[in-house]
Design a protein around this ligand. Structure first.
Ligand code: MIC
Ligand code: SF4
Length: 634
């Protein structure tokens, strides 16, 4: 039987097979600063002199605003760690990790593990790229395998060609419209079919990037002539290999999308899965347009905006902000004059960073409508709780900025430009590791707090339900980012804000009650890879999360930090448990899937189970992955 691309890469990397779980070798890792400081503190704790991967890159792109000492201190810590342990550093201002990685480092056929959920972006260049918690990335840097549920491979067959002013973003919005924000859990979305040939690598990367919003383990395109041309344009042709599905390749599931039938789409507040056509909402008044983020900040994206805006003005009631994805593309548009067109139109040009996507500035006004080319529109993520954030293509966002109201881009003439066959990568802000690592001293500012520890799992857990939350709770609800991002290296301080958007008293209550339980709905923990959404509740004493189901990365993070994830056997039992109820759980034998959960308050038994593999159980028993790894290292 023929193989698909995902199977071909997995086959070459599997180092361990267990029932339903595989361990794979990781070739490349990436971290970004907001998850990186923790990942490197954990890596340091493993006591390994140098990373064992083929390539590890540490990016500084999230926490780049320097309003006090915290972020710059973190930058120095990251730079010194990178220099000492053999890691490449991409300094603040060099670009957004996924865009820079795609341009400079992603390689077809390689595995990439990144401490950011959008690591899958590199799948646009044929890498099998997976987002994970920082601790998993630290272990991979130390040479350890990455364990995951063997994913199903979904063949997303593309036919036809996109009509003018309909973009790659509309393809992934269509996928989200069809399968929603949980439709990809434990699956790899592999794009195939004739339509693939009409998409450039950065367009493919827009699609693989936002595959994260379906909950998918990864998203991947084949590596073909288009991939070769892209690598050549970056001076990396030698790194190309052909990687296409066999002609008789089979997929576990399939989806078919006729590109020629697509129209401009838009995700409504507050979920990337809330997709409708632009036509349905056309004419809606708006206050802000933001172009950028790791989804849409490539050369093509910026040129599209620049050409549409050339000779035109941003509507007087609109604030248009643009963040280029990398210094390389920023430089190209500066040299070819497109930047001048953007400036002349009234656009505000930001640094090459995540910026508004993670609430670092440019918060919309009260009740403001913001049209963004980003990948997430969770409530409050923009920095304004009442803001209404919509997600669209660059084409839709740009014409909307001109018109001052949501506009179908097909009403404007399509932009004309060609993509250079040669880029001039600007690696000025890329720093290579020291040749004399023994002389490098790690710089630790006062914001870098030591790692909290967790004791081994006892046989019995008891406590109160500290909070009861609904379905699709995101990690932005659990551990908000925005203005709190500078606290990422300081768990005791950051932990004070757990669940703040839902219940500002949560942290104080959890500490007062000496911990307890969280009751969640389905897809608990969707969204980012931030392990702080497990680490900080762990610090507050949370012992278990009982939910209807979990999102992939968050489930792994809970296990990694010793918090027991349990699933209700009967989802309707969710209604029988209330906040403040006293629960008791016998977890002495996790080997049997049935967990005896008693509500002492309601005097009822609530049957529970768990999604844990035998390895997960061993990790939990040790109090988390760091202790587990250290025990097994020696
Ligand atoms: C995000 O888009 O939510 C982030 C910020 O990039 C996160 C990582 C983080 O919280 O640091 C992600 O996607 O994993
Ligand atoms: Fe940065 Fe936004 Fe991409 Fe996350 S989704 S990596 S915050 S640009």
């Amino acid at each position: 039987m023929g193989k698909n691309v995902a199977e071909k890469i997995l086959e070459k990397h599997v180092v361990e097979r267990r029932e339903n779980e595989i361990g794979i070798k990781i070739d490349q890792t990436l971290t970004q600063d907001a998850t990186g400081t923790m990942a490197y503190l954990q890596f340091e704790a493993l006591d390994i002199p140098k990373v064992k991967t083929e390539l590890s890159v540490s990016y500084v792109d999230h926490n780049t605003l320097q309003t006090d000492f915290k972020n710059p201190d973190d930058h120095l810590y990251l730079q010194s760690v990178a220099s000492k342990y053999g890691i490449i550093l991409s300094k603040a201002g060099n670009g957004i990790c996924h865009q820079v990685h795609l341009e400079r480092f992603a390689r077809p056929g390689k595995t990439l593990l990144g401490s950011d959920s959008h690591t899958s972006t590199a799948g646009g260049a044929g890498s099998l790229a997976i987002g994970a918690g920082g601790l998993d990335v630290a272990i991979a840097m130390a040479g350890g395998a990455f364990y995951l549920k063997k994913p199903k491979v979904v063949g997303v067959k593309l036919t036809g060609k996109l009509p003018q002013m309909v973009a790659a973003k509309d393809v992934i919005l269509e996928v989200l419209r069809r399968i929603g924000v949980k439709g990809g859990v434990n699956k790899v979305l592999e794009y195939c079919g004739e339509g693939v040939k009409s998409l450039s690598v950065p367009e493919r990367a827009t699609i693989t990037n936002m595959g994260a919003e379906t909950g998918a383990t990864s998203s991947v395109f084949p590596s073909d002539k288009i991939t070769k041309a892209f690598l050549k344009s970056q001076g990396r042709e030698a790194q190309w290999i052909e990687l296409v599905p066999d002609s008789d390749a089979e997929y576990d599931e399939s989806i078919e999308i006729d590109l020629s039938k697509l129209e401009p789409l838009i995700a409504k507040p507050h979920s990337p899965g809330n997709v409708v056509t632009v036509k349905e909402l056309e004419g809606m008044g708006i206050q802000q347009v933001a172009i950028g983020s790791c989804t849409n900040s490539s050369y093509k994206d910026l040129m599209t905006a620049a050409r549409i805006l050339k000779g035109k003005k941003v509507h007087p009631n609109v604030s248009l902000v643009i963040s280029p994805g990398s210094r390389t593309v920023f430089n190209e548009i500066a040299k070819n004059g497109a930047l001048a067109d953007l400036i002349a139109s009234g656009a505000r040009i930001l640094e090459c960073t995540c910026g508004p996507c993670i609430g670092q500035g440019q918060a919309p006004p009260t009740n403001g409508v913001s049209i963004r080319t980003f990948n997430r529109n969770f409530e409050g993520r923009s920095g304004t709780k009442s803001a209404q954030v919509y997600l669209t293509s660059v084409e839709t966002a740009t014409v909307t900025a001109i018109e001052g109201k949501l506009t179908d881009p097909r009403k404007h003439a399509p932009p004309e430009f060609s993509i250079p066959t040669v880029f001039h990568p600007d690696d000025t802000l890329i720093i290579y590791p020291s040749k004399t690592p023994e002389n490098v001293k790690i710089i630790r500012g006062p914001n870098i707090a030591p790692l909290p520890k967790k004791e081994k799992l006892p046989g019995r857990l008891a406590g109160e339900v500290l909070i009861k939350v609904g379905d699709d709770i995101t990690t932005d609800h659990i551990m908000p980012a925005g203005k709190l991002l500078p606290l990422r290296s300081n768990v005791p301080e950051y932990a004070k804000h757990v669940f703040e958007p839902i219940d500002p008293n949560f942290a104080a209550r959890a500490l007062e009650k000496k911990g307890g339980f969280i009751l969640g709905g389905s897809n608990y923990g969707q969204g980012s890879s931030r392990e702080h959404a497990a680490l900080c509740p762990m610090y507050l004493g949370v012992k278990a999360v009982i939910a209807k189901s979990f999102a992939r990365i968050h489930l792994a993070n809970l296990i990694n930090f010793g918090i027991l994830p349990l699933e209700l056997k009967n989802p309707d039992d969710y209604d029988k448990i209330d906040p403040g109820d006293s629960l008791e759980l016998d977890v002495s034998d996790l080997g049997k899937k049935d967990i005896a959960l008693k509500s002492l308050t309601k005097k009822i038994d609530v049957p529970a189970t768990h999604p844990l593999t035998p390895r997960d159980i061993d990790i939990l028993k040790e109090g988390g992955l760091l202790s587990f790894t250290k025990t097994h290292q020696n």
